[in-house]
Design a protein around this ligand. Structure first.
Ligand code: DON
Length: 565
């Protein structure tokens, strides 16, 4: 049976390249710059982010500009109606993380996606008004700006509003995304929405309503979204479409500063996102589990390297499904999960001769102290500050419900909760009690915005979309640079594979891995799936090279573009 999540990853990431895998580009050195760099899913957003830096703004000013420009230029995943995570490292070495993840509405219940017999109701957590979590993006960009921003909001939003009014040229990939989703836009929305038209590559879509919403934010700030006119319009719209989000839910939403997950790998210090994202803990578990093995000697994408990484991924994702959820609701044994002793023990039964079967493996035993279509952008500014930001509506265009009065799509992030223990979500991820639905709880994420330091200095900022494959794509990009001496663009271009405990198979980008290696892995008991994901992830990263210059890695798998100066 074809796992649902592969189909979803395929639909989310690759509507543009259907069954033909994209050829890895010749270009192996990314754009380089001396001072600053923005890498994002759209050129328009990278240009606007860079323009804000050129006006003297810092990474946090550029974050607001880039994030909101993506809401205009990349409605597939850029958003006002979704949420995200940001990890930062200041030029003085201070680090931190911002959680602007969506929350379950107050009227949410544990069994809201189950029928009378306790079965999951198809599509209810993914399509339309019931799939929506209370959006966090506006709170996120305003929280980051309030703490660290230097330019006035009006200055930052001026080019974004101008872009919305001027319009954005549709790319080939975007035209395909829109056409592929038109039947769902029609199914979910009562009226014909802006995107339900025969948009073709090179057409220009103008966003006057979104421009008006953004102008409202310039005048009224964060509260202009979560209270008053916009909040009333939004809550009424969602309820008129059968949803349960209220004005009170919006008024209660706050972004939260979190302490990032930090761990060492060789001479690197990795700084990544804390729960409610599983990204940092899973990345930390995997990297600590593989650290004792000499990957560079095994060789890039060699049988032994793939085996070790796969076995570590299998174990980390099993832990994810059991232990991880919103830290405001569940106690997460982070320290134990990341401890070397625990992870060494977790790998003690790994053999190079034979694959571990996922069915023979569950989450590890960690004693608790008490009883019991996303997009990523990376920015480095001319002052040496860095951010890694991943933001999402979850699926492509989220719930597909588009608020025409305000000009944006609403997320379907509620599907990231575990609707029923043991039942896979759209990424095939299985959850348990820790990630069950509760009012005001944040759903567990895989988003892994990550910054890496080397010798106490900034080394990389990296991240990607891709649902459950996010963590393993970030992992491989870091390893490609550190273990296999690649530059950032080369590391981003390199073929990717993925294992997530269940289903028990290695997902591989097709026709990119050595045939002999695949045969060897199969002989050792690994199931290889080269069919279902023509591409895995769309990584955007920046590497600070030894000579101090910045090198971008903008993923050829999307329309991703780096701009620097
Ligand atoms: O937070 C998460 O893990 C998911 N909502 C991310 C979704 C995603 O990456 C979709 N893009 N391909």
């Amino acid at each position: 049976m074809k796992p649902v999540y592969y189909t979803l990853i395929l639909l989310l990431l690759i509507t543009s390249c259907k069954n033909t895998p994209q050829k890895t580009p010749e270009q192996t050195i990314g754009l380089t710059s001396k001072n600053a760099m923005v890498v994002s899913a759209r050129k328009e957003a990278s240009l606007i982010g860079t323009a804000i830096l050129k006006q003297g703004g810092n990474v946090f000013d550029a974050m607001m500009a880039t994030e909101l420009a993506l809401a205009v230029a990349y409605p597939y995943a850029g958003n006002l109606g979704g949420g995200g995570f940001m990890v930062y490292r200041l030029n003085n070495g201070d680090i931190g993380a911002l959680d602007y993840r969506e929350k379950a509405p107050m009227a949410a219940t544990k069994t809201m996606y189950l029928d009378q017999d306790g079965n999951v109701i198809p599509d209810k957590s993914t399509l339309g008004s019931m799939a929506i979590g209370v959006p966090g993006t506006v709170a996120g960009v305003f929280a980051a700006h309030k703490k660290f921003g230097t330019l006035p909001i009006a200055t930052i939003l001026e080019p974004v509003i101008a872009l919305a009014k001027r319009g954005v040229v549709v790319t080939e990939k975007q035209a395909k995304h829109i056409q592929a989703k038109r039947p769902l836009f029609q199914k979910v929305n009562k009226d014909t929405i802006l995107f339900d038209a025969d948009w073709k590559a090179n057409d220009t879509i103008k966003y006057p309503v979104l421009a008006r919403t953004l102008e409202h934010l310039v005048k009224h700030g964060k509260d202009g979204f979560y209270q008053g006119e916009i909040a009333k319009t939004l809550a009424t719209f969602i309820q008129d479409n059968g949803g349960i989000i209220t004005e009170e839910d919006l008024a209660n939403y706050e972004a939260k500063w979190r302490t990032p997950v930090v761990f060492n790998y060789d001479d690197l210090k990795v700084i990544s996102m804390a729960p409610p994202s599983s990204g940092g803990i899973c990345l930390g578990e995997i990297m600590t589990m593989i650290a004792p093995y000499d990957l560079s000697t095994y060789g890039h994408n060699s049988t032994k390297a793939i085996q070790i990484i796969t076995e570590a991924e299998r174990r980390a994702y099993a832990d994810r499904s059991y232990y991880l959820g919103d830290p405001d609701f569940v106690e997460i044994p982070s320290e134990r999960l990341l401890s070397e002793a625990y992870l060494k023990d977790r790998m003690s039964d790994v053999s190079f001769d034979k694959a571990t079967l996922s069915s023979s493996l569950k989450h590890g035993n960690v004693e608790l102290v008490e009883s019991d279509e996303t997009t990523h952008y990376s920015i480095v500014d001319q002052y040496g500050n860095a951010i890694a930001v991943t933001t999402t509506l979850n699926g492509a265009y989220g719930s597909k419900l588009y608020c025409s009065e305000l000009g944006f799509f609403l997320n379907n992030e509620m599907d990231d909760f575990s609707s029923k223990p043991g039942e896979p979500n759209m990424f095939g991820l299985i959850g348990a009690e820790a990630n069950s639905i509760a009012p005001q709880k944040r759903m567990l994420s895989s988003m892994t915005p990550t910054i890496v330091e080397k010798n106490g200095a900034l080394y990389m900022t990296v991240g990607t979309p891709g649902g459950s494959t996010i963590i393993t794509s970030v992992l491989q990009t870091i390893l490609n640079v550190h273990e296999f001496n690649m530059g950032m663009q080369e590391a981003v271009n390199a073929p990717r594979f993925h294992h997530q405990w269940l289903p028990d198979e290695i997902l591989m980008e097709p026709n990119k891995f050595n045939h002999e290696t695949i045969l060897e892995l199969e002989q050792k008991g690994y199931l290889i799936n080269e069919k279902d994901a023509p591409i895995i992830g769309r990584v955007d990263g920046i590497l600070k090279r030894e000579d101090g210059t910045l090198e971008a890695g903008a993923d050829y798998r999307g329309d991703d573009t780096a701009i620097g100066f």
